[in-house]
Every structure is written in structure tokens, then in C-alpha cells.
Design a protein around this ligand. Structure first.
Ligand code: M6R
Length: 369
């Protein structure tokens, strides 16, 4: 059932272009209009939403962090993303104008379930983004948008994450469409590019051999750091999480803007640092700032592993290793920048002799709090 792959994780990484395409299927029509009638939340209710709160755990939480950028930018509705395990204990402010989005691959994560129960008790509407038909979280929610990743067997989440992102983008774009937004033209472009994103994920997968080679060469390292900004920040956190759970290495993700506030003290000779570089187009100020960060850490001895868009030449002099990703709209970049980090962690785990599909101490779904 592993379809010729050594591990389910490898198979699931390879399935991502299809998982993404399946999740988009039937939700964008030929003229680029989103149809999410399946949500069963009447447009009138969506128009009255004045706050979005996303709750999730682990990798799904990282999808939620990325969704915050998309939702606030496209819909102009304030959005916060919170770890489900923290949510109800801080007495959050919720009412019937709050839309809570619970993201979960399994649909059985107890922390997420408890968070959504709390939200509904306070009168909030809950939308589940879930990969498992008929599981508890969608059953207890007001509405559900299923991701169509197919069954995910490996404990480390890969294809479910990409499809969670797609679902979040769809919700953000749909709410923007329903409410009308000043970003009409941008949204039309993004929808068009989102509809074709599977091909770009495929392109990334086709160029992963150097990443695997690099991973094998780092098997003796103790620590890897990850830096990103904007939507690249949650991607850095996700890259670090994958490395912890699969390679059992100390890995940490930072917002690159925080470097000078502490983490730069960690930089020492030959320390591998993965940097997710924002597109030089769009919010190019961030791009230039991160290029300065790469220079700064390299001057202090870091071994820089740079993930940057095709055609971005400014990073070349400072990259010890350069991983190219296709151009995408700024907010969609995580759909392509996460993939090399998954491959990197999987290969490092293999090189260190770890059990890839069943990492020690972990379960696929965490049904206790
Ligand atoms: O089933 P869920 O999406 O609710 O699971 C949430 C986390 O437990 C899960 O993403 C976990 O962090 C993965 N092992 C990460 O690869």
C-alpha cells in the first residue's frame, strides 16, 4: 500500500500535487468565481462576522498562522490564531459575530474539540476544516469544509498541511468575495494562480535531489535553525517541527526580525540555518531585510540554506546552499516553500536511522488533552 515508496511519508509528500488539486476541485468555476455553498453558512451571516479566530494544534496550527495573513489582507476582518490547547483557558472574547475556524486533519484532536465546544457555548459559529469525513470535529461544528488529501498515514503531516492551506485560502477568498473588498483585481489573479498551484508543487518535487543530498550531509549536526518572515515565519516553524518529530534534532524556527532580539547569539561556526526568503516582488521591503539577515548570520559563521524564488539573484552571493521555488503570489508561497522542508526532514530522519512513519513517543491523532 506504500505504492512503491519506502515510507508512507514519501508517498504522501509525492501525492501533494493531487491532494491540492482535489481540494480545489469544484470549488472554483471556470470564470474564477468561488462556490462554497457546501459551507451552509448564509452569506448574510458571513457579512456580519467581525472577528475570526482560528484554533488548531501542531502542523494545523501553522496552517492557521498562515491563514491569518490571508484572511486579514483579503477580507480586512481581524483574525487571531491560537493554539487550541491554550484557547479556552484564557477566557477568550467570543460572540455570535465571531467565526471560529477549527483546523484538524484527523478531526479527533481533543484540544481542538474542547476549544470549539467552548466557542459554541459562547455563541460563536464554528467552521471546521478537516480531512476525515464524519469525524468528531466536523460533526460538532456548524459547518465544514473538507480537505481532500486522502488518508494520511505517516504521523508527520505533509499533504494534509498543504490542503489545509488551500482550504484556508478558499475560505479567505470566499469571504472576501461575499463581502466585497478593495482587492478585487488581486483576488482574481490569486484565484487563477491558486487553481494552477498543483503544477508548481510538482515542479518543486522534481528538483529535490540536492535537498536530499544536503540533508544526508547534515546527519551529524545537533541543531538546525529556521528563519522566515510574514507567511514564511510559520513555514519556518513548520520546518523546525518536522525536524524535531522526525530527526529528533534540536530545531527552532524564528521570525527573522527577532534575530537581533536574542536568537543571533546562537549563531556559531557551521551552524545550519534555513532561511525562507519572501518574494522580491510584492512586499519587497521584507525581502531586502531578510537578505541583510542572511548576510549577518553568514558573517558569524552560519551555513546558510536559502529557499528563494526563481529569478531572485540577490541571495546568490550569501547562500551556501540554494533551493529554488517557483514564483507564486506572495501569500501562496507556503504551498511551495514548505515542500523542501518536508523532504529535508524526511531524509535526515532516514540518514539518522529513525523510524520515519512512526516517530518515537508520537501518535497520529492526539485524543487526550
Ligand atoms: O489531526 P490534527 O490535524 O488535529 O493534528 C494536529 C497535530 O497533532 C498534528 O498536526 C501534529 O503536529 C503532526 N504530527 C505534525 O506533523
Amino acid at each position: 500500500e506504500k505504492g512503491g515508496y519506502d515510507y508512507f511519508m514519501l508517498k504522501e509528500i509525492a501525492e501533494q500535487p493531487k491532494a491540492v488539486a482535489d481540494t480545489l476541485l469544484g470549488r472554483i468555476d471556470a470564470s474564477g468565481v468561488l462556490s462554497l455553498d457546501e459551507l451552509r453558512i448564509p452569506p448574510a451571516v458571513l457579512r456580519e462576522v467581525d472577528k475570526v479566530v482560528i484554533v488548531a494544534c501542531g502542523t494545523a496550527y501553522h496552517a492557521g498562522m498562515i491563514a491569518k495573513y490571508a484572511i486579514e489582507h483579503w477580507t480586512r476582518i481581524p483574525c487571531e490564531t491560537e493554539l487550541a490547547s491554550e484557547f479556552r483557558y484564557r477566557d477568550p472574547i467570543l460572540d455570535r459575530h465571531t467565526l471560529v475556524i477549527a483546523i484538524s486533519q484527523s478531526g479527533e484532536t481533543m484540544d481542538t474539540l474542547m476549544a470549539l465546544r467552548h466557542a459554541r457555548e459562547q455563541g460563536a459559529k464554528v467552521l471546521a476544516i478537516c480531512n476525515t469525513n464524519g469525524s468528531t470535529i466536523p460533526r460538532e461544528s456548524d459547518a465544514v469544509l473538507y480537505t481532500h488529501a486522502g488518508p494520511e498515514v505517516a504521523v508527520a503531516s505533509t499533504k494534509a498541511f498543504l490542503t489545509q492551506l488551500v482550504a484556508c485560502y478558499l475560505v479567505a477568498l470566499y469571504v472576501a468575495q461575499v463581502r466585497g473588498t478593495k482587492w478585487g483585481d488581486e483576488i482574481r489573479d490569486v484565484v487563477r494562480e491558486l487553481a494552477a498551484i498543483g503544477t508548481q508543487v510538482e515542479q518543486v518535487l522534481d528538483t529535490m535531489e540536492p535537498v536530499r543530498e544536503l540533508a544526508r550531509s547534515l546527519a551529524d549536526k545537533n541543531t538546525v535553525l529556521f528563519l522566515g518572515r510574514h507567511v514564511g515565519y510559520p513555514v519556518a516553524l513548520e520546518g523546525a517541527l518536522k525536524l524535531k518529530e522526525l530527526a529528533y534534532m534540536h530545531a527552532e524556527g524564528f521570525a527573522a526580525g527577532e534575530l537581533k532580539h536574542g536568537p543571533i547569539a546562537l549563531i556559531e561556526d557551521d551552524l545550519p540555518v534555513v532561511v525562507v526568503v519572501p518574494s522580491p516582488r510584492g512586499r519587497s521591503v521584507l525581502h531586502d531585510k531578510i537578505v541583510s539577515n542572511i548576510q549577518e548570520i553568514r558573517a558569524r559563521g552560519a551555513r546558510t540554506i536559502v529557499i528563494a524564488e526563481e529569478g531572485d539573484e540577490t541571495v546568490v552571493p550569501y547562500a551556501d546552499h540554494l533551493v529554488r521555488i517557483p514564483r507564486t503570489p506572495v501569500l501562496l508561497q507556503p504551498l511551495v516553500s514548505t515542500v523542501p522542508l518536508q523532504v529535508f526532514a524526511c531524509e535526515l530522519a532516514t540518514a539518522r536511522g529513525n523510524e520515519v512513519d512512526q516517530p518515537r513517543n508520537l501518535a497520529k491523532s492526539v485524543t487526550v488533552e
